[in-house]
Design a protein around this ligand. Structure first.
Ligand SMILES: Cc1cc2nc3c(=O)[nH]c(=O)nc-3n(C[C@H](O)[C@H](O)[C@H](O)COP(=O)(O)OP(=O)(O)OC[C@H]3O[C@@H](n4cnc5c(N)ncnc54)[C@H](O)[C@@H]3O)c2cc1C
Length: 486
């Protein structure tokens, strides 16, 4: 029998448009797909040193999403007569052992530029090469392929607009790859393994409670990802108005909500682009249809920035290596921010949505992040680490890229201060969003729901909302804008 190839499934949990799978299936011989839950991606982690801050690496929202994504991929492979081997251990142990057990002479894997992902990849590669197993690393997760950029990735512009213009002018998005047939070969003889429970992944993970107020239930997996794309474009015909609605905060339809599927690799950005082009041909082509692609290029931008800058992208001074900003490490204030108890409703509502559902709109993320770094002056990496725990769509490049951008230490940095009172009035004029997540303020007229600290003592009594007991006093004086630090 021909020698098997192992397809190490990472954040490319899909059969469609998957270059790693195509490459694994291209040679004669069976393909053994394997997904490994790496214990280092779960549990408490610390930054160590003077900033002795710890955080839970993966919270329950994303852990659940990943479990579902793996189960869905397994189902799809089983329908093809194959399977997905699942293990819970270090990949650098699992993959070489499996290669030895099945006699594989080649392992194909998707490659990612962020340091933690790259470190695991390097360990797996080293172990495999020592065992004389060939390793092939494949770029699978961006709209534009790394090899199709106008210049080498090390010389791309650090400014989004120049990057975007250059790829739009000089690069082409490749066609999505057809799904190959997967020959499972000896797979039935291998213990398939089970998807670990949340408790096995991290004893502190509680199953996330479903909250009816969530914008979507975000079910993991390629099947649900493709369904969401269909629903947003074709079923509900939302794309035609995306540019006007994308700053919304309530309901599933104001934006695509594709990020979680894109980042777990359940959905390929090229597949999204192809569907957008088809929509443009069959329905309408306008600013909105272009804008979704514009946002996907933001996603690409941060991926390639991480490839270019490596560790400094995640450093306190960011890729600008700034040393002049004194970040505070005030655990009490940080804790209030994480719990959505700063006393600033527009920030708190967003944080409570994040905690309950794992999702927050882009508008909300900008405001919550700006409040932490500009008003509270707390280390932006603490905020990014908290988002890392909670977000169902967490991705190292998009998360740390957006955080450092708002903190003024990353790409395109200039003043990124968001005035949350102004923003609240502009994007939530009727206070429906804040009262959705802060029902204790629902009795107040919109101006007080946004600025409860402006109520007199008599008004607090009349409305039955006492600051300091029913809802917190503001953590900072909201009428004083933060001092610029740049
Ligand atoms: C502080 C902060 C942290 C963030 N952390 C993440 C993160 O961990 N993961 C993540 O995917 N996005 C992150 N974003 C970007 C953005 O908020 C989300 O991608 C978006 O809200 C997801 O919702 P959507 O899929 O409906 O987006 P849509 O508005 O429908 O956009 C379509 C797609 O474009 C991409 N995109 C849109 N905006 C951005 C952006 N600013 N940066 C990168 N890609 C973008 C996403 O893949 C998104 O799915 C962050 C933004 C901020 C301000």
């Amino acid at each position: 029998m021909a020698t098997p190839t192992i397809w190490w499934v990472r954040s490319d949990c899909r059969l469609h448009d998957n270059e790693a799978l195509r490459s694994a299936a291209a040679t004669v011989g069976p393909v053994i797909p394997v997904y490994v839950f790496d214990p280092r991606a779960y549990g408490e982690q610390g930054y160590g040193g003077a900033d002795s801050f710890t955080f839970q690496k993966t919270g329950s929202h994303r852990a659940r999403f990943l479990q579902e994504s793996v189960r869905d991929l397994r189902e799809s492979l089983r329908e093809q007569g194959s399977d997905l081997i699942v293990r819970h251990n270090h990949p650098e142990t699992v993959i070489p052992e499996l290669a030895d057990r099945v006699g594989a002479d080649r392992v194909v894997m998707a490659t990612y530029p962020a340091p933690e992902e790259m470190a695991v990849e390097t360990e797996v590669k080293t172990a495999l090469r020592a065992a004389d197993v060939a390793v092939e690393r494949v770029w699978t997760h961006t709209l534009y392929h790394l090899n199709d950029l106008p210049t080498d990735y090390r010389s791309i512009s650090d400014t989004y607009t120049s990057f975007r213009k250059s790829v739009e002018r000089e690069s082409t998005v490749r066609e999505p790859i057809e799904t190959p047939e997967v020959d499972g070969g000896p797979i039935a003889e291998i213990d398939p393994g089970t998807v670990p429970s949340l408790e096995e992944l991290d004893p502190n993970l509680e199953p996330p409670a479903r909250d009816d107020r969530a914008v979507l239930s975000f079910e993991g997996g390629e099947t649900a990802g493709i369904d969401r794309l269909d629903q947003y474009l074709w079923g509900e015909d939302r794309l035609r108005e995306y540019k006007q609605t994308r700053n919304g905060m309530l309901g599933q339809g104001y934006s695509s909500k594709l990020s979680a599927w894109l980042n777990a690799g359940c959905l390929s950005p090229r597949q999204v682009e192809r569907e957008v082009r088809r929509y443009e041909d069959e329905r309408v082509s306008n600013d909105s249809t272009y804008w979704l692609l514009f946002e996907l290029i933001w996603r690409d931008f941060f991926q390639f920035q991480v490839a270019k800058h490596g560790r400094s992208f995640f450093a306190p001074g960011g890729l600008q290596q700034r040393t002049d900003i004194e970040w505070r490490h005030d655990e009490t204030a940080f804790d209030r921010w994480t719990r959505g108890e700063t006393g600033i409703p527009f920030v708190d509502a967003n944080m409570r949505e994040l905690n309950r559902t794992g999702y927050m709109s882009n508008r909300g993320r900008q405001n919550a992040a700006s409040f932490l770094v500009n008003h509270l002056r707390i280390d932006w990496r603490w905020g990014a680490a908290y988002f890392e725990t909670q977000l169902v769509d967490y991705d190292p490049a998009s998360n740390y890229g957006n955080w450092s951008y708002i903190a003024g230490v990353g790409n395109d940095s200039r003043d990124r201060y968001f005035n949350s009172s102004k923003q609240a009035k502009q994007y939530d004029s009727d206070a429906k969003y804040v009262t959705h997540w802060l029902p204790e303020l629902a009795v107040l007229p919109p101006r007080y729901a946004h600025e409860p600290w402006t109520m007199s003592a008599d008004e607090q009594t009349d409305y039955g909302v006492q600051l300091g007991s029913d809802y917190p006093e503001p953590i900072v004086d909201p009428s004083v804008p933060p001092e610029p630090y740049r």
